[in-house]
Design a protein around this ligand. Structure first.
Ligand SMILES: *[C@@H]1O[C@H](CO)[C@@H](O)[C@H](O)[C@H]1NC(C)=O
Ligand SMILES: *[C@@H]1O[C@H](CO)[C@@H](O)[C@H](O)[C@H]1NC(C)=O
Ligand SMILES: *[C@@H]1O[C@H](CO)[C@@H](O)[C@H](O)[C@H]1NC(C)=O
Ligand SMILES: *[C@@H]1O[C@H](CO)[C@@H](O)[C@H](O)[C@H]1NC(C)=O
Length: 377
C-alpha cells in the first residue's frame, strides 16, 4: 500500500512527459521495488518531525512574542468585569490567587495558560490600563465575562468595542507598531451569542443564519485585529456547549446535549473555513490559528490519556461548585448572607468549576490537550 502512494506521483509525471502507459507501468513497478528504501527515508523524516516537536516555544514562532492581546468573554477575562460580578466574589479564586480576583474559575483561566505558552506573564486587564507603563509590558486583556461578538444579555463591551479600546490605545501610542509586529492575539468568545439567541427565543429554523452572522462578524473582527499589525491571531473554536453542566444537569451530569453540540459543530466548521480563507489571503499563511476548544474539551472528557500530564477526572461533567437547589448557583447567598451553594472537597478533582466554567485544573488539562495546536502559533 505505501508503495502505491509513493509511485503515483512520479508515474503521473512519466505519463505527461512520454504519453506512454507502458513507461508509467514500468515506473510503478520499479518504484515498488525501490519502496523498501523509501520507507526507510520515510521513517527518518518522521524522526526529523519528532525533533521539531521538542523545539522551545520561542523558536516555534519564528519571532519572540513580546505582547499578548486578548479579546473575549469569561473564558478569557482576568478581571475586567466590575466588582459586582460573581468573579469578584467568594468562592471564585480560592485556588489561585487564593481569594476572589476577577476570574470566572477557582483559579487560572485560558488566558493565563496561553500567556505561559507564549512565554509572557498574563497581561493586565484593560480596566487597570492607567496603572503605569511598566504594567503594560506583557500586553493587555480586553475580555469581559458575559460578552459576545454581538451584544448579549449581560452588559459589557461586545467584541467590536473591545477592539475599539485597543485601537484607541494604539492611536495614543500606548502600544506602538514595534510592539504589534511581535505580538500575538487570543480571541475567545461566541458562546454567549448563542445563549442570548436562545434566551431571546431565537427559532431553531433561523439558527443557521444566526451562526452565519456570528461567524461573519467574527471574521471581520479577526481581520481588523491582524490589520492593526498583530502578527499572529489565535481564535478558539467554540467549546461543546451541550457538555456544559448547565446543559447536562437534566441527566445528572451524565450526558452531553447532542443537538446543542451539533450546532456548535456547524459554527466550528464555518470558522475553520473562514480561517483557511483568511490565511490564504494573507502574506503570512499561518497568521490565523484555531485553538480547538471543542476537540480539547472532548478529549479530556473521554480521558484518552494521550496527553502527557493529563488529568483523569472522575466525572468530568459534574461541577465542583453548585447551588443547593436550581434557584441558586455557585456563590449564591440568601438575604441573611447564608451560603446557598456547596463546593467539592478538592477542586483539582473536578473539570468544571460552576455550570459554565472549567476549574484551573480543567483549564490545565485543556491546555495540555491544546499543545499540538499551540505549536502552530
Ligand atoms: C457593539 O457595541 C456598540 C456599542 O454599544 C454598538 O454600537 C455596535 O453596534 C455593537 N456591534 C455589534 C457587532 O453588535
Ligand atoms: C421568550 O419567551 C418567554 C416565554 O414565552 C417570555 O417570557 C420572554 O419574554 C421571551 N423573551 C424574549 C426576549 O422575547
Ligand atoms: C438539548 O437542547 C435543546 C436546545 O437547547 C433542548 O430543546 C433539548 O430539550 C435538550 N435536550 C435534552 C435531552 O436536554
Ligand atoms: C487561495 O486563493 C487563490 C487565489 O487567490 C485561489 O485560487 C485558491 O483556490 C485559494 N485556496 C483556498 C484553499 O482557498
Amino acid at each position: 500500500m505505501p508503495s502505491f502512494a509513493l509511485c503515483k506521483f512520479p508515474c503521473l509525471l512519466a505519463k505527461m512527459e512520454a504519453h506512454n502507459i507502458l513507461c508509467s507501468l514500468l515506473c510503478c513497478f520499479l518504484l515498488s521495488i525501490l519502496s523498501g528504501q523509501q520507507v526507510v527515508q520515510g521513517s527518518s523524516a518522521q524522526h526529523h518531525h519528532h525533533h521539531h516537536h521538542h523545539r522551545t516555544h520561542r523558536h516555534l514562532f519564528n519571532f519572540r512574542p513580546t505582547k499578548l492581546f486578548v479579546f473575549g468573554d469569561s473564558y478569557a477575562d482576568t478581571g475586567n468585569r466590575h466588582s459586582e460580578a460573581k468573579s469578584w466574589k467568594f468562592p471564585y479564586g480560592i485556588t489561585f490567587p487564593g481569594k476572589p480576583a476577577g476570574r470566572f474559575s477557582d483559579g487560572r483561566v485560558l488566558t493565563d495558560y496561553v500567556a505561559k505558552f507564549v512565554g509572557l506573564k498574563s497581561p493586565i486587564p484593560y480596566k487597570w490600563r492607567k496603572l503605569g507603563v511598566k504594567y503594560l509590558k506583557n500586553g493587555m486583556n480586553f475580555a469581559y465575562g458575559g460578552t459576545g461578538v454581538f451584544d448579549t444579555v449581560v452588559f459589557g463591551p461586545n467584541m467590536t468595542t473591545q477592539i475599539e479600546f485597543f485601537q484607541h490605545l494604539i492611536k495614543d501610542n500606548v502600544f506602538t507598531a514595534t510592539d504589534l509586529v511581535s505580538s500575538v492575539a487570543l480571541v475567545s468568545l461566541a458562546g454567549n451569542d448563542y445563549s442570548a439567541y436562545s434566551a431571546g427565543n431565537g427559532s431553531s429554523q433561523d439558527l443557521q443564519s444566526f451562526i452565519n452572522s456570528v461567524v461573519n462578524q467574527l471574521t471581520v473582527n479577526l481581520k481588523v485585529i491582524h490589520g492593526l499589525g498583530v502578527k499572529k491571531v489565535a481564535v478558539t473554536a467554540l467549546q461543546p456547549l451541550g457538555c456544559l453542566p448547565q446543559s447536562t444537569a437534566t441527566s445528572s451530569f451524565r450526558q452531553c446535549n447532542g443537538s446543542q453540540n451539533s450546532f456548535v459543530n456547524v459554527h466550528n466548521l464555518l470558522l475553520k473555513q473562514v480561517v483557511a480563507k483568511l490565511n490564504n489571503e494573507t502574506k503570512d499563511d499561518s497568521a490565523f490559528v484555531i485553538l480547538d476548544l471543542y476537540a480539547s474539551f472532548m478529549s479530556v472528557f473521554e480521558n484518552k490519556g494521550d496527553h502527557p500530564a493529563s488529568t483523569e477526572f472522575v466525572n468530568p461533567l459534574k461541577p465542583c461548585c453548585m447551588g443547593v437547589s436550581s434557584e441558586y448557583f455557585c456563590g449564591s447567598e440568601d438575604e441573611k448572607g447564608a451560603k446557598k451553594y456547596t463546593i467539592c472537597e478538592d477542586p483539582e478533582s473536578a473539570f468544571f468549576w460552576d455550570t459554565v466554567h472549567p476549574t484551573q485544573e480543567g483549564w490545565r488539562a485543556v491546555y495540555s490537550a491544546l499543545q499540538p495546536t499551540l505549536e502552530q502559533l
